[in-house]
Write a protein that binds this ligand. Structure first.
Ligand SMILES: [Zn+2]
Length: 199
């Protein structure tokens, strides 16, 4: 079998490093990019370049935005007594969508014994520092309703409760094992509305 061009192999290798892309899909995408209009393909490259150059992690809440502090942290109309803790920056948009108007803290992951993710691998220290700074009356732990999300909420609650704030969790209305990225708007809105104080 003839060896494939080095540049094609390189593209396939890089595509395969993306989440959810196996060798077969990587190959299919690479050949798709070679088949379509050259300008169309290059626009994808430019979009990646542009987003990487302009979007950064907010130094306060760690969500992704073109400005730092982000548009939420720098908005004077937000309720600064309420902090919603999420696993992933993508989840911020979901809570914005259902009308949450407090501030956020993005953990950039969740604790996992299996994957060896420890509290110090997340933005836990920064979260504790923000809570210690004292403007928050309530911290709502909006991690996912699966095993690792629940475990993460438990560990965070243990660390935050001694700091003298009310620590709450999204209501149990979230189907067990579900992810915030997937539940409907109404379920998510109800989950915020019905949040419960952790003992
Ligand atoms: Zn921010």
């Amino acid at each position: 079998m003839a060896t494939r061009d080095r540049t094609i192999e390189n593209l396939i290798t890089r595509l395969c490093r993306l989440p959810g892309i196996g060798p077969k899909t990587g190959e299919r995408l690479a050949f798709h990019l070679l088949r379509i209009d050259a300008d169309e393909a290059l626009q994808l490259a430019r979009a990646i370049e542009e987003v990487r150059a302009s979007v950064k992690s907010c130094s306060q809440c760690f969500q992704l935005d073109a400005q730092d502090p982000c548009s939420v942290c720098s908005d004077p109309a937000r309720d600064r007594s309420m902090l919603l803790v999420v696993e992933d920056p993508r989840e911020v948009a979901r809570f914005e969508d259902v009308g949450f108007r407090g501030l956020y803290h993005v953990l950039n992951g969740r604790l996992s014994q299996l994957e060896g993710v420890r509290p110090e691998d997340l933005t836990t220290e920064a979260l504790q520092a923000r809570v210690r700074s004292g403007t928050f009356a309530e911290i709502c732990l909006a991690t996912n309703a699966d095993l690792e999300g629940e475990g993460t909420a438990r560990v965070l609650a243990e660390r935050l409760q001694p700091l003298g704030v009310k620590v709450t969790r999204l209501a149990r209305g979230l189907p067990a094992g579900s992810s915030i990225a997937q539940v409907s708007r109404s379920i998510l809105a109800d989950a915020i509305e019905g949040r419960r104080t952790l003992p």
